[in-house]
Design a protein around this ligand. Sequence first.
Ligand SMILES: C[S@@+](CC[C@H](N)C(=O)[O-])C[C@H]1O[C@@H](n2cnc3c(N)ncnc32)[C@H](O)[C@@H]1O
Length: 355
Amino acid sequence: MHRRLSPVLPRRRPQTVESRAVSALRTPAGAGTLDFDAGGHLYATHALHPFAARCPPPLVAWALNRYTSPGDTVLDPVAGSGTTLVEAALLGRRAWGAEIDPLARLIGLAKARPIAPESIISARDRLASLLNGSDALDATWRPELPDLKKWFREDVCADLSRLRAAIPRADGQDRRLRDLLWVAFSSLIVARTSVANARDLVHSRYHIRVWTSNPDAPGRYHARLTRMAKLMADYIERLDGEWPEVRFVGADARALPIPDESVDCVFTSPPYASALDYVRAHIFAVGWMADVLGTTTEQYRLPPGRRQPRRQAGDRRRRRGASALRHLPQPARGRPRPRAARAHDRAPGGQARQA
Ligand SMILES: C[S@@+](CC[C@H](N)C(=O)[O-])C[C@H]1O[C@@H](n2cnc3c(N)ncnc32)[C@H](O)[C@@H]1O
């Protein structure tokens, strides 16, 4: 009897599909088709924004080529930064995703929806004139991040605040472009060479790296947009005139609002629940963009279904709002505790943050 892998997949599948997948991985011929090297991963828009544990794009392409046809609908229910969406679009498949992290959703959309490179360059130049012009841009806005002064220099805060004020005035009312401008903003913060006094937050280790001079967020932003325009040009060239359907069909993979049998293929690389903490990795950028992402730092760190912070009698830390620190990097003190006991591996209430 045929057993369905998931209700979103059609009931009728070619009888051999599972056995083909397994045998392809076992036979030398099948294994040979997965021959790719790390240097070939950063084509199209894959390098638009850093993201921990991205799936290798050639692996997605291999699977989609093998198990789907042009026009099929491909779903990645934990889409992360959108590698599957980009690959599906490049192969002429309808690209559907779900992702619980609003920052990741924004990155995925910016990567997979083509934007004319010239409009990125125009926005970059408009931004430069706004930043260098005589119009006052608010330099005083600050995010609700505990220990802000420890993690961001005062001059960096002023630069980020001015950029925040300039972005909505530089997008020419184009929603896609605006999303991309915010993704560029986030990439200043979620980066190994972040403008924050921190690096590589996704892994559990000591992260503070204090800038001794201003890292020039506006200059980096300008350079990011120049690079993004090049990446987008490469993506559009590879699309070869095909404008793909790309959309997020939901947030939480465990409750997707799509009908049964509505997709042809599910491709995904699941969360590394105890190894990578995406909330911790993204929280500085989310703090600076909380209004754009429709969240708050406090809400963002809560697991799904607990989006209203719950207060407990006598919990002074929570009353002071300091619980957002749960996902902020903490200085190492003494000997490391066993992994399972580290606070940032767990969300409040002792539940793992990811599904
Ligand atoms: C390993 S990453 C996926 C990386 C992705 N393949 C890429 O190349 O960018 C796993 C993702 O699962 C997301 N995630 C965790 N729990 C989820 C849930 N219940 N529903 C949807 N997404 C979830 C995380 O936010 C994270 O972005």
